[in-house]
Design a binder for this molecule. Sequence first.
Ligand SMILES: [Zn+2]
Length: 324
Amino acid sequence: MTTELPPSVYLSSCPNCGGEISSFRLAKGSVCSNCLKSEREFTSVFDLVSALKANGNLNRLKTFDEIGRRFQRVAEFFRNSLGFPPLGPQRSWVLRVLKGESFAIVAPPGLGKTTFGLIMAAYFASEEGVKSVIVFPTKTIVQQGVERLQLIAERTKASFNLVHYHAGLSESQKEEALDALKSGSFDVFLTTTRFMTTNVELLRKVRYRFLFVDDVDAALKASKSARAILEISGLHGGRHKGRQGTAETGENRRDRLRQDRGAEGEEAERQDRGVLFGNDNQGEPHGVVAHGFQAWGSRRLPEERDRRLLEDAGERGGGGRAFA
Ligand SMILES: [Zn+2]
């Protein structure tokens, strides 16, 4: 005796054509039978995309095809820079950045966070013509970052315009770096958290698309600084209020960007790509920045004094997540 239930059919739910699809096929990570005859089960969307491409039916899942191809180029860029491709969690960070997500991560040292940030910036500069801002806790680390990027440029034979700013520069060097930042004559701008928190307005006006903040909690304990970083990174609701006069939720905003897609929408979307990293040395994130991270992941109730900050961060919707 069979007790098998008939499959449910969902309208407008095939991820590739937008048509009807059975619950069985959805559970298999697949598309509808019009898109793909095979009953194969998929664990990777990229395998599914390959199968659709092979039968000439790749439709709405095309964006994953594009991301997959860009991922291969990033992996190649990693190999040329380091001798090996992105490893472990770096792979998912790369994918999330390529998808245009903004996110925050608190993770223990040793996972290649800094390497990831530097190589992504170099990749964007040389392969996609995209500008980046990289923020480190101290001037020493900024200096090391500059040297590592120069090495990456040598190894990959890429050429891009590196500009850096920290308190150790001479007055004329500082002026030169500021001019380059303001006029947009840089590909990668490296600076300190201190510069970032005291130049929020300037950094908001500068056009760049990839922001990488390394080790935020090491340098920041005050909620004022945390707010500055959230605002600049686009992970903070206040930024959009300021720009538009109304608060936008993540969903509203995505809809708006979808509507005015085309060069400008694309630009606006990409400009918000912020990645924040915190170091989790004690096995437990601490400070207001960690609380900010947790707000996106809804991991923990905030203390009263940080409640407003977290509410603001929450307005972004599902923009970022924290992994502790
Ligand atoms: Zn379909």
